[in-house]
Design a protein around this ligand. Structure first.
Ligand SMILES: [Zn+2]
Length: 485
């Protein structure tokens, strides 16, 4: 049986406001535990919340950026549950009147395009953080748990997608695009590592062509885009296996934990339903009412968004769609590209090729983001200029790149230190070619007999003798001249 998967993502992004959602406490990450707290975010009796206007503005801007309608009347609800990370025993969230509804994100997959609907975006407060001691950091098997309320009350935006996603690749592309939008807006730093962006995935499968919905599971602990993609692929296979073996009872509505090291999901808890939370309007907070002029004003403040930037890259720099798509996947990539192109002044496609080739390779290998390395736009621009000027060959540039990446030294410094300059002296190259011709008389005859392949071999020999430093154009020209003489 062939199956199709139905995936929806719930993405939480912490907003990078100066203060918390309902009190004046700071939101800075990494402070000593429980130092950024007050009676409101500790849920002490008698304390009253006041909503953070900046956070509301950020959510509306996010909604506008992904084509959402904005509810002109919106309220906060209490979501009741008991857990030690939530001192009030309820979380202030939104229920049936969220700030934003009905948006979308357009994805450019390699050979097709698709639109993923966004059901809603709402505003809530984050919970405290539990640190489990012993038991490999998980609650199961832990000796005791510590709680840090610094995060309790940090503004949190939840973006719920429609179940429009069909593959793990689309899920990753959607999450990445959304992240690029939020970073471009400057509303969140969206760090999956620090937990300021958290992705949960709902996944079910159904026979291809059917429109019904299977039983879904929710996947948690997806700490990177890679985890998201891997966890979904695993879960699709697990569910398909259960159905194929006639054991549908193995798929139950539940929350499953992704174990990155094991590469598998396992049951965390059975899924709760909305009515379990006994939502009711928060009587301590006034409703939010907006006028159209305010919404229009926020709309006019939106910066250039990733999809717009992609279109501009295609038009302004002549990049193919695929390259433009990759370069606008993150704001940092796009910024790096534009700065390098400006410094280099040569063909922007060369910049794109280096960024998506060697640079991406080393970034992936080291697991780094582009703004976390020693290589700056100046480095790459200088490297490209050295190639254009004929100081180094493209091959040498490829050798310089990893050293530049590791040490942050400028390319010309590395070239001088290692004596890697290209040999462009005609007399010197001429001598080398004479040697090649003498040593390879049979290949020369083959070439003269019409075997074109032989030419490439002779070029290779000349490059070998110059240890890759010979100017390729010069070698090519002189070799051709000498063979025709
Ligand atoms: Zn507080």
């Amino acid at each position: 049986m062939e199956y199709e998967s139905v995936i929806g993502l719930e993405i939480h992004a912490e907003l990078n406001t100066e203060s918390k959602m309902f009190c004046g406490c700071g939101t800075h990450f990494g402070e000593a535990p429980n130092t950024q707290t007050c009676p409101v975010c500790l849920g002490l009796p008698g304390s009253l919340p006041v909503a953070n206007a900046k956070a509301i503005e950020y959510v509306i801007k996010s909604g506008l950026a992904v084509g959402c309608g904005i509810n002109l009347y919106s309220i906060f609800h209490r979501k009741n549950y008991f857990y030690p990370d939530m001192p009030k025993d309820y979380q202030i969230s939104q229920y049936d009147q969220p700030l934003c509804i009905n948006g979308f994100i357009d994805l450019d997959m390699n050979d097709y395009q698709t639109r993923i609907g966004i059901t809603r975006i709402h505003l809530e407060e984050d919970t405290g953080k539990l640190i489990h001691i012993g038991g490999a950091g998980r609650i199961a098997g832990a000796k005791y748990s510590l709680v840090d309320f610094n995060r309790a009350g940090v503004p949190l935006m939840e973006i719920v997608s429609e179940p429009d996603i069909r593959t793990p690749e689309e899920a990753k592309a959607y999450a990445q695009k959304l992240r690029a939008v939020l970073i471009t807006l400057g509303v969140s730093d969206c760090s999956m590592e620090k937990g300021s962006m958290r992705v949960d995935a709902n996944i079910s499968i159904r026979p291809k062509g059917s429109t019904g919905l299977g039983v879904k599971t929710e996947l948690k602990n997806l700490n990177s885009f890679r985890s998201l993609q891997r966890a979904l692929a695993y879960e699709i296979e697990r569910q398909a296996k259960a159905l194929n073996e006639g054991k549908p009872e193995e798929i139950v509505q539940e929350t499953r934990h992704w174990d990155e090291a094991k590469g598998a999901t396992s049951t965390l808890r059975t899924k709760e339903y909305a009515h379990d939370y006994r939502y009711f309007p928060d009587p301590d907070l006034v409703p939010m009412e907006f006028d159209i002029a305010y919404i229009d004003f926020l709309r006019s403040q939106l910066p250039e968004l990733p999809n717009e930037r992609k279109q501009r890259f295609i038009k302004e720099y002549g990049l193919p769609v695929h390259e433009a798509n990759l370069l606008t996947e993150s704001k940092a990539m796009g910024d790096f590209f534009e700065e390098t192109a400006k410094l280099y002044k040569g063909d922007p496609k060369a910049v794109a090729n280096w960024m998506l080739g060697d640079m991406s390779y080393y970034l992936n290998t080291e697991g780094l983001e582009i703004d976390e390395t020693a290589v700056t736009p100046k480095h790459l621009a200088e490297l490209l200029k050295l190639i254009d000027k004929g100081v180094i060959s493209g091959k040498i540039a490829k050798e310089i790149f990893p050293e530049m990446f590791e040490t942050g030294k400028l390319p010309q410094v590395i070239v001088e230190e290692k004596g890697m300059t290209q040999i462009s002296d005609e007399a010197e190259i001429s001598k080398i070619i004479d040697m090649v011709l003498e040593e390879n008389t049979s290949t020369v005859e083959e070439y003269r007999a019409g075997k074109d392949k032989a030419f490439g071999f002779l070029i290779g020999q000349a490059m070998r003798l110059t240890r890759g430093r010979g100017n390729p154009q010069l070698i090519n020209r002189l070799l051709r001249e000498k063979l025709q003489a």
